[in-house]
Design a protein around this ligand. Structure first.
Ligand code: NAD
Ligand code: UDP
Length: 319
């Protein structure tokens, strides 16, 4: 297949490119580098099956030649207001990537009669009132809260994707991605994984926001990409959660990183920065993924995944 990936220079887009190329497909990467980086794709520069177009997906997309699939991953993705690449600091770009970018990507899929995948997010569930989150849960989202530029853009993107399926018969699918980590993630995105690993490597206390009893479920990138690949190849048209259901409190997560790095500086508790916009609990129900994706499930333990991620951070920081 010849596959367009928008957001190819990002954390997930670059891993996805690697997997598709390894499976024998051709990849056309597209990115404007607003939050991604060239280095994530540098290892593909000599690969004849990979080509790259620098482009902002908020503008009309033109890709010469036939495409068999379009995977729309372009969007800022970090909720951290203290990071320059956090979507609270890129609010209009984030809404445009989710709204206009999805419209243009769907248009490319329609013109090519191609399979289409939208990278959606667990954020569409907001601060969930149902736990764990199944795909049938409608969510609890503040339409004007700090995260709304991302959450509502993705909710619009899902609605548009389903509209193109129902009215134009586009062969769509939607992956609802839960927190994912691994090599090539942004080291300065201000998120828990990046902050904690850097603080631990510097021998500093880890900054836990609030009491640390809020939970997340962290998925190693290889597991996520495997689920995404299976979804692309499936006949599924509607949203599927992909993530690791192993739920952990942020406090326990920080302690695990301290243990793996050998940091004895412990934890420091700071004021919860994102108020009510910071979901209290998040855990995917992956029954649907198991059912429609040939018994897919995560295989990499938190300890193994974190060990690989810590190695990546050491390389990036030159420590
Ligand atoms: P990322 O920031 O590393 O990658 C996003 C890429 O999209 C970047 O390379 C960026 O430059 C590019 N981009 C953004 N706006 C663009 C535009 N207008 N035109 C062209 N390129 C643009 O983030 P990521 O973690 O790899 O996320 C990829 C996708 O997965 C996003 O859609 C995100 O919402 C979704 N997602 C990620 C996670 C996660 O845990 N990483 C969780 C849920 C959903
Ligand atoms: N968090 C924290 N310390 C940090 C960064 C994040 O305690 O230095 C908390 C944050 O408040 C949230 C959780 O860790 O409850 C996960 O945050 P992250 O930014 O990784 O992403 P989110 O899951 O909120 O999108």
């Amino acid at each position: 297949m010849r596959i367009l990936i928008t957001g190819a220079a990002g954390f997930l887009g670059s891993h996805l490119s690697d997997r598709l190329l390894a499976e024998g497909h051709q990849v056309v990467g597209m990115d404007n580098f607003v939050t991604g980086k060239r280095e994530n794709l540098a290892h593909l520069s000599d690969n004849d099956n990979f080509s790259f177009i620098r482009h902002d997906v908020s503008n009309y997309i033109f890709v010469p030649g036939k495409l068999d699939a379009v995977m729309h991953f372009a969007s800022p993705a970090s909720p951290n207001a203290n990071s320059p690449i956090g979507y609270p600091n890129l609010p209009i770009q984030t809404m445009k990537a989710g709204a206009l970018g999805t419209h243009h990507s769907l248009g490319v899929a329609l013109a090519n009669q191609a399979r289409f995948m939208l990278a959606s997010t667990s954020e569409i569930y907001g601060d969930p009132l149902e736990h764990p989150q199944t795909e049938s849960y409608w969510g609890n989202v503040d339409p004007i809260g700090e995260r709304s530029v991302y959450d509502e853009a993705k909710r619009f993107a899902e609605a548009l994707t389903v509209a193109y399926h129902r009215f134009h018969n586009v062969n769509t699918c939607i992956v609802r991605i839960f927190n994912t980590y691994g090599p090539r993630m942004h080291i300065d995105d201000g998120r828990a994984v990046a902050n904690f690993i850097q603080q631990a490597l510097r021998g500093e206390p880890l900054t836990v926001y609030g009491d640390g009893l809020q939970t997340r479920s962290f998925c190693y990138v290889d597991d996520l990409i495997d689920g995404i690949y299976r979804l692309l190849m499936s006949d599924e048209h509607y949203p599927v959660n992909i993530g690791n259901p192993a739920e952990i409190t942020i406090k326990e997560f920080a302690e695990e990183i301290d243990k793996l790095v050998g940091n004895e500086a412990g934890l420091v508790f700071e004021e919860r920065q994102r108020g009510s916009g910071d979901p209290q609990r998040r855990q995917p129900d992956i029954s649907r993924a198991k059912e429609v994706l040939d018994d897919w499930g995560p295989n990499v333990s938190l300890q193994d995944g974190l060990a690989k991620t810590i190695e990546y951070f050491k390389q990036e920081l030159g420590t």
